[in-house]
Ligand binder design. Structure first.
Ligand code: HEC
Length: 135
């Protein structure tokens, strides 16, 4: 009995302490790839570095970017969208996550994407664009 209780507490603390990375992987990565996809036809959403590139263009400041992401995930709309991806993928579905979880995720993706040295392909015919990573 005691053992079960301890396991329960252990599991509860695991859930309570999920990092931004784990939360991103659990809730966002199914759609937002972090790497070049095997096949761009498998993509259902823009890769996360592309998303964050656009978000940071508009909101370079971390607090503003985090506020935008938290709001967008709870309530996506074509009017709010910064990426030109809505046309290609359709609108992101609304996700039912609390602000605390979303803030952790938003801070994590702000801190880690796009990776250093990332250049958004602007011109036509550039590699990343051709691969369909970005829109
Ligand atoms: C079911 C698939 C799906 C999941 C899960 C998902 N997204 Fe998205 N997301 C999309 C699609 C599709 C778009 C592009 C269309 C759009 O902007 O609404 C998008 C766009 C975005 C954008 C860019 C909005 C803009 O300015 O254009 C952000 C930011 C974003 N997602 C964050 C997240 C975060 C954070 C999570 C996890 C909590 C997440 N998404 C989970 C499908 C998803």
């Amino acid at each position: 009995m005691k053992k079960i209780l301890l396991i329960g507490i252990f599991l509860a603390s695991l859930f309570a302490q999920q990092s931004g990375k784990e939360l991103f992987e659990a809730n966002c990565m199914a759609c937002h790839a972090t790497k070049k996809p095997q096949n761009k036809k498998d993509m259902t959403a823009p890769a996360i570095m592309g998303v964050m590139y656009h978000v940071k263009q508009r909101y370079p400041n971390k607090a503003d970017a985090v506020r935008f992401i938290v709001d967008y995930v709870k309530n996506p709309s074509p009017q709010k969208a910064l990426c030109p991806s809505v046309k290609r993928f359709g609108l992101m579905p609304k996700l039912d996550l609390d602000d605390k979880t979303l803030t952790k995720i938003a801070e994590y993706i702000y801190d880690n994407y796009p990776p250093q040295g990332f250049k958004h392909p602007k011109g036509k015919g550039m590699g990343m664009k051709r691969m369909g990573m970005f829109n």
